[in-house]
Write a protein that binds this ligand. Structure first.
Ligand code: MN
Length: 236
């Protein structure tokens, strides 16, 4: 008997996958959901207020992923490239219309993330009520540390979240200031999507976002989760 082998017009790329702390296996990425304005003080610095009724989202492609420790080129199309330090949730179990009380059962683990942003484009797009994709969804814009399994670190609901640029602290807050905490985000998002293993949720950044330049060194930390680093290279 012959086995039919599927052929493709070009070789499919390998899955995009993230290292997991203490494990040889990688975490294959599926979708990346990002929450906007989920810390009151950041919403204010963006000239807005946080919506306490419901979170809102934008997406990044899994192909925007870059591992902590990398050097990325200063991206094209911007003169105001910003850092946003965030707690990232890695989903490990399928779920739809998940109750907040059951939400944490769907979490595989947590990571430190940098939601790198072309702020000048975001402001211009926002003003014209256009989608944010050009500002948020581009190569190397989703930086991630290794994923810390919840089985070993638990579910951090409080703890320091901090980012330094060239050794100077720019963002410093606490996870307890999340307007919509992790269980609420999972419950809300799963009313609109069938969440699947491999999905990530960037939970939003605290205040202190700002520009980076070629040569800058970013170092972030989230208490109980881990650390993240990124170097900004020359413009492409
Ligand atoms: Mn963000």
């Amino acid at each position: 008997m012959t086995i039919k082998v599927t052929e493709y017009v070009f070789s499919p790329p390998p899955p995009v996958a993230v290292p997991v702390r203490g494990r040889a296996e990688m975490f294959p990425l599926r979708r990346i959901f990002c929450v906007g304005r989920n810390y009151e003080a950041h919403a204010r610095e963006m000239g807005d207020v946080a919506d306490r009724e419901a979170p809102f989202y934008f997406n990044k492609s899994a192909h925007d992923y870059v591992a902590s420790g990398a050097t990325i080129p200063y991206p094209p199309g911007t003169d105001n490239f910003h850092h946003e330090m965030e707690l990232v949730v890695a989903i490990g179990k399928p779920g739809f219309r998940i109750a907040p009380e059951a939400a944490l059962d769907h979490v595989f683990g947590y990571a430190c993330g940098l939601d790198m942003t072309r702020r000048d484009l975001q402001s211009a797009l926002r003003e014209r009520q256009r989608p944010w994709d050009l500002a948020k969804d581009f190569e190397n814009s989703a930086v991630l540390s290794e994923i810390a399994p919840a089985a070993s670190v638990g579910h951090p609901a409080k703890g320091r979240i901090e980012l330094a640029v060239n050794g100077e602290v720019r963002q410093s807050s606490d996870l307890s200031f999340l307007v919509h905490p992790v269980p609420a985000l999972i419950a809300h998002l799963s009313r609109f999507y069938h969440l699947m293993p491999g999905d990530l949720i960037f939970t939003g950044t605290p205040e202190g976002v700002g520009p980076v330049r070629p040569g800058d060194r970013l170092e972030g930390t989230i208490e109980g989760v881990g650390t993240i680093a990124l170097l900004i290279g020359a413009a492409e």
